[in-house]
Design a binder for this molecule. Structure first.
Ligand SMILES: Cc1ncc(COP(=O)(O)O)c(C=O)c1O
Length: 345
């Protein structure tokens, strides 16, 4: 692997981060006349902990990693943007991404003026490892893999991801937003084996906290330090930090039950969808959604919208001709969807 110094943008290496008032004194008790806050209006008059120490301690235990290996952001979307800002020189550097995949890797690349070299998955939605490595050039700083992948739904073979981690001498970002639905498939446990691995996860999916915006990036402490230096100082507000601590401890069992229920519902929904005459194929899924190949995706989509049932038309996406992406909902929501689809002619 190229050294982190070789991979980082020069201006980021030299950046002197903003020093917040709470950098200098980290105690909880005191007369705080350092940050120009309003002394009244408790409990939200104070700035939040910029390092999210308490929340990171809880997440470190939950994920069995060191707190120094955790970055927390305003959704994973913040971490996605920050890795571009840390590693990619605008107008010069590029990244490699699988295609199709989650759209934010491209949007964040464009906002940072970074080119994305897209490499198609194979026709059975696997990684084309040779092709991915083949497009790498001297200015390729990152390679994006999403597993389970959005919108195809499948996890990639760990051996393929490991080959890429070994052979690509830049940063491999592995987005595991849906991995809670694929027990045993996370590569977080391999963090210490690969200094170039950044794993992203989120509380937005299985944990049911999309509304509080909390995403995670895990990597070696040197990478985490860099992301922490360039984030907004108080990127996670007090409400998010508090609520997350509360819900992680309260909802651990509930989350496991939700996962079990949604995986059961995924099986039921797939078998019901299969019976519909306009459904050609349902792809195997390791996530909380199904990619469904149909005869008339646009008409089906519009038919459902008329009934206020919203799914995702993915039919214009690479390799996804005819495809709709359907989130597995509650048993009631899935019943409403199926009742509607049975009326489609
Ligand atoms: C693959 C993938 N990564 C990340 C995200 C965004 O996660 P967050 O809500 O943490 O920003 C999504 C959301 O749909 C996603 O599909």
């Amino acid at each position: 692997m190229r050294s982190l110094t070789q991979l980082l943008r020069t201006n980021i290496q030299n950046l002197k981060p903003y020093s917040s008032a709470r950098d200098e004194y980290t105690g909880e008790e005191g007369v705080f006349l350092d940050a120009n806050e309003n002394p009244f209006n408790e409990p939200y008059n104070r700035y939040p902990d910029p390092y999210q120490r308490k929340l990171k301690a809880i997440i470190a235990e939950l994920k069995e990693v060191d707190a120094a290996q955790i970055f927390l952001g305003n959704g994973s979307d913040e971490a996605i943007d920050l890795v571009y800002r840390a590693f990619c020189e605008p107008g010069i550097d590029n990244v490699v991404s699988i295609d199709p995949t989650y759209g934010m890797y491209q949007v964040a690349a464009e906002t940072n003026d970074v080119k994305v070299k897209k490499v198609k998955l194979t026709s059975d939605f696997e990684l084309d490892v040779a092709a991915l490595l083949d497009v790498v050039d001297a200015n390729t700083k990152m390679l994006w893999i999403c597993s389970p992948n959005n919108p195809t739904g499948n996890c990639f073979r760990e051996t393929d991801v490991e080959t890429i981690l070994r052979k690509f001498d830049g940063i491999v970002v592995l987005d595991e937003a849906y991995v809670d639905f694929a027990p045993g498939r996370s590569m977080l446990g391999k963090l210490n084996n690969f200094p170039n691995l950044v794993v992203m996860q989120t509380f937005s999916k299985a944990w049911g906290m999309a509304g509080i915006r909390l995403g995670m990036a895990f990597a070696q402490p040197e990478i985490i330090k860099i992301l922490s230096r360039i984030k907004y100082p108080y990127n996670l507000n007090i409400l998010t930090q508090k609520k997350a601590m509360e819900l992680i401890s309260q909802n651990k069992e509930k989350t496991e039950q939700w996962i079990k229920l949604l995986l059961d519902e995924r099986i039921k929904l797939a078998s019901e969808l299969k019976k519909l005459p306009f459904v050609h194929h349902i792809y195997p899924s390791d996530a909380n959604f199904l990619l469904v190949r149909t005869t008339e995706p646009k008409r089906i989509y519009n038919f459902l919208v008329d009934k206020k049932i919203i799914i995702r038309d993915r039919s214009t996406v690479t390799l996804c001709e005819g495809c709709l992406r359907i989130t597995v909902g509650s048993p009631e929501e899935n019943r409403i969807l199926m009742d509607a689809l049975r009326l489609f002619v």
